[in-house]
Write a protein that binds this ligand. Structure first.
Ligand SMILES: Cc1ncc(C[n+]2csc(CCOP(=O)(O)OP(=O)(O)O)c2C)c(N)n1
Ligand SMILES: [Mg+2]
Length: 370
C-alpha cells in the first residue's frame, strides 16, 4: 500500500509551474540578433533613439548619485542596470496612459512628462515636486511597496467605465513587491473587471538585502499572475528591444479590451538599494555581481549599434554632455524654487485636514507669521 502512487503528484505540479515562462529575447548578451524580424522593423535612426533613452537614464543616474553625495538631493534609489527594463517598457506607452510609479521609477516618470527639476524637488521632499501639470497622467512615486498595483487597478477600471479608448494604466513594482497583499489584490481586481492595466515587475534580484530566491518559492514571478487569470510573460530585462516589443504587445492587448497583462523583467540593480546607506558587499558576492555587470544593457545595445556603424564614441560623448547640461539647468531650477513652508507641507497630505493635522497647521501658521 505504501508504494502506491498518490492520486496527485504535487511535486511534479510544482516543478511544472514556471516552465511555461521562457524569457523573451531579441538581442542576446553578445549583441547577436535572436529575432531579426523584430530588429528589421526599426530604422537605424529609431534604434539610435532607443539607445539614447538608456544613455539618458544612465547619465541621470550618475548625476543623481553625485548630487545626493553632495547633499544636493535627498532620497535617491539608484537605477543603474535597469535602463532596458525601465526605458524599454516606458517607451512602449503613450503620453495619455496613466503611470503609477514606485520610488525607482523616476526616469520613467520624467520620460512620461515630469520636468526634471520637479523630480529633484520630490527627492528633496518639497511639495512642489508633487504638483503635476494638468495634462500629465501620473501619480507621485509610491513608497509603500505594492500600493501602486491597487491604484493602477482602480485607475484602469475608471478608464474602462469612462469608455476611454486606446488608454491603459501601467505600474511597476519589484521582485519583493510581489510578496505584498496589495500586489495580488490589485491584479485580482483588474483581472475580475477586465480593466486595461499593464502590471510590470522589475525583478532586479533583491528586496534591499533579501535575494529573490528567499523571497518566494515560486519558480517565476510571472506565474503569480496565473491565479488572477492574467496572461503574463518573462522577458530579458537587459534587452531593450525585447522589453519594448513585449510591453508594446501587452499594451495593445490591454487597450483592446482584453483585460490586464503582467510582465516580469529579469534585470539587476548594479548599486545599493538606496543612497541611504545599505552596502551590497554585505549581501552579495563579486562572483554573483560580475556576470550581471558584464550583461549591462548599454554594453549589449552599444555593441550592436557600433557593429552596424551607426554609433560612435564621439556621438556618445556629445550626447552625454548635452544631457549633463540639461540636468545642471534642472538643478538650478530646483534651487530657485521658493523655500517650502511647514504649513504647505502639512496641508499637502489630506484634502480635508483631520483635527491633529489642522492643529499642527495652526501652530506653524503662528510661527511662520512672525
Ligand atoms: C509596505 C512596505 N513594507 C516595507 C517597506 C520597506 N521597503 C522599502 S523598499 C523595500 C524592498 C522592495 O524591494 P523590491 O520590491 O524588490 O523593489 P526594489 O527596491 O528592488 O526596486 C522594502 C521592504 C515599504 N516601503 N513598504
Ligand atoms: Mg528588487
Amino acid at each position: 500500500m505504501d508504494n502506491e502512487k498518490p492520486i496527485v503528484d504535487f511535486g511534479a505540479i510544482r516543478d511544472v509551474l514556471g516552465k511555461d515562462f521562457e524569457p523573451v529575447q531579441v538581442l542576446d548578451g553578445q549583441a547577436k540578433v535572436i529575432k531579426p524580424e523584430i530588429v528589421s522593423k526599426y530604422s537605424n535612426e529609431q534604434l539610435v533613439e532607443f539607445f539614447k533613452l538608456m544613455l539618458w537614464e544612465r547619465t541621470l543616474h550618475q548625476r543623481s548619485n553625485a548630487l545626493t553625495r553632495q547633499g544636493r538631493l535627498g532620497f535617491y534609489a539608484p537605477t543603474e542596470g535597469q535602463e532596458a527594463s525601465e526605458m524599454g517598457s516606458n517607451a512602449a506607452m503613450k503620453k495619455t496612459d496613466v503611470l503609477m510609479p514606485a520610488y525607482r521609477d523616476i526616469p520613467q516618470l520624467i520620460q512620461h512628462g515630469l520636468p526634471v527639476y520637479k523630480a529633484f524637488l520630490w527627492s528633496r521632499g518639497h511639495v512642489l515636486g508633487n504638483e503635476y501639470p494638468e495634462d500629465f497622467h501620473a501619480m507621485p512615486p509610491q513608497i509603500i511597496i505594492g500600493a501602486q498595483y491597487v491604484q493602477a487597478a482602480g485607475v484602469a477600471l475608471g478608464i474602462k467605465k469612462n469608455g476611454t479608448e486606446d488608454k491603459v494604466a501601467y505600474t511597476y513594482t519589484g521582485d519583493g513587491g510581489t510578496s505584498q497583499g496589495d500586489f495580488y489584490e490589485g491584479m485580482n481586481f483588474a483581472g475580475a473587471f477586465e480593466a486595461p492595466a499593464v502590471f510590470i515587475v522589475q525583478n532586479n534580484g533583491y528586496a534591499i538585502s533579501v535575494p529573490r530566491r528567499k523571497q518566494t518559492a515560486a519558480k517565476t514571478l510571472a506565474q503569480k499572475a496565473v491565479a488572477a487569470g492574467i496572461p503574463s510573460v518573462q522577458v530579458d530585462g537587459m534587452d531593450f528591444l525585447a522589453v519594448y516589443e513585449v510591453t508594446k504587445a501587452a499594451r495593445e492587448y490591454a487597450a483592446a479590451g482584453n483585460g490586464p497583462v503582467m510582465i516580469e523583467t529579469l534585470t539587476y540593480r548594479f548599486g545599493p538599494h538606496t543612497n541611504a546607506g545599505d552596502d551590497p558587499k554585505r549581501y552579495r558576492t563579486k562572483d554573483e555581481e560580475q556576470p550581471w555587470f558584464d550583461n549591462d544593457p548599454l554594453i549589449r545595445y552599444r555593441k550592436y549599434l557600433t557593429d552596424q556603424g551607426v554609433w560612435s564614441e564621439d556621438q556618445e560623448n556629445e550626447y552625454v554632455e548635452q544631457v549633463k547640461e540639461d540636468i545642471k539647468a534642472a538643478v538650478k531650477q530646483a534651487d530657485e524654487a521658493p523655500k517650502q513652508k511647514m504649513t504647505e507641507f502639512l496641508g499637502n497630505v489630506f484634502e480635508e485636514q483631520p483635527q491633529n493635522i489642522q492643529q499642527q497647521i495652526t501652530e506653524f501658521q503662528a510661527k511662520e507669521s512672525k
